[in-house]
Design a protein around this ligand. Structure first.
Ligand code: PMP
Length: 305
């Protein structure tokens, strides 16, 4: 049975229920995280990837919504371990922490409400096709501007923007959307950061391009530089550069490293996964499962050995 952390206790997930009157349900004033844990069969160990960084981002984002959570990042990591142990997880899983205002009151504001945090386990599998790659559509929807609903924060309400773009892409026969920012430069996917490769160099939008500061984005920059010896340039990317790129890939906790093999009507590299993307995936998937000792500091082991 799966357990959830709800109102300060670990309970069976069916018991973790909120009221329809919950304030944040109405206004999207919740912040959340997506964390993956990878099962290493040989070691019989479950590794949580970047556990502390995710909880630190959650606490920081929550603070921006004036939610003072009564837990440190380390305490939330410990609670998550407990949850995974109690649920006896021995496979890859996704973990969803969410902080919200529990008050049964209306008025879209951030003061005089009571913050709460819930954490549950979700069996995601692969979010997008990481082996064959995906087709992406440049969205007619623009990324929400950092000055309207901050794209830098993982705020629930901002995902209306993602849902519109993703739905438009799916209905048009694509797998994912690529959103431009309000200046017309490439921002990110509906739930992923984006990289292009051109002439052996990797390029990704800089952090002031109205994007989320992806934790996977950071890890991928490290791997590109240190393992693949590929330069990474952070700068604005024009939409037109997408179509002429040698390789394009998306990064995210859920999406991991997903090759993009077609954008709108244009095939990238004749629709084949690029060499740098392939090499990057290889090292990333080893690192997250604890198979590369120098990246073990990315991981939190769940089971005592
Ligand atoms: N951008 C958006 C809009 C996202 O929702 C996500 C997923 N959290 C990402 C980028 C990737 O972030 P991370 O690597 O931290 O999961």
């Amino acid at each position: 049975m799966d357990y959830a952390f709800f109102e300060g206790k670990i309970v069976p997930v069916e018991e973790a229920k909120i009221s329809i009157m919950t304030n944040s349900f109405h206004y999207g004033t919740a912040v959340f995280e997506g964390i993956r844990a990878y099962w290493n069969e040989k070691e019989e160990q479950l590794y949580i990837l970047f556990a502390k960084a995710h909880y630190q981002r959650l606490i920081d984002n929550a603070k921006c919504l004036m939610m003072n959570l009564p837990y440190t990042a380390d305490e939330l990591v410990e609670i998550t371990k407990e949850l995974l142990i109690k649920s006896q997880i021995r496979e890859d899983v996704y973990i969803r922490p969410i902080a919200y205002f529990k008050d049964l009151k209306l008025t879209p504001k951030l003061i005089d409400y009571t913050p709460e945090i819930a954490i549950y386990i979700y069996r995601f599998g692969r979010y997008l096709d990481t082996s064959k790659g995906i087709k992406a559509k440049v969205s007619s929807w623009r990324r929400n501007d950092d000055n309207s609903i901050p794209s830098r924060w993982k705020v629930a309400g901002a995902y209306v923007n993602s849902a519109l773009a993703k739905t438009e892409a799916l209905l048009a026969g694509y797998d994912e959307a690529i959103l431009l920012n309000s200046q017309g430069y490439v921002a990110e996917g509906s739930g992923e950061n984006i990289f292009i490769v051109k002439n052996g160099k990797a390029i990704t939008p800089s952090l002031n391009e109205h994007i989320l500061e992806g934790i996977t984005r950071n890890a991928v920059i490290t791997l590109l530089k240190k393992e693949l010896l590929v330069d990474v340039i952070e700068r604005p990317i024009a939409r037109s550069e997408l179509y002429t790129a040698d390789e394009v890939f998306l990064t995210g906790t859920a999406a991991e490293i997903t090759p993009v093999i077609q954008i709108d009507h244009v095939k990238i590299r004749n629709g084949e996964v690029g060499e740098i993307t392939r090499q990057l995936q290889e090292v990333y998937f080893k690192a997250v499962r604890g198979e590369i000792s120098r990246y073990k500091n990315w991981l939190t082991p769940v089971y005592e050995k």
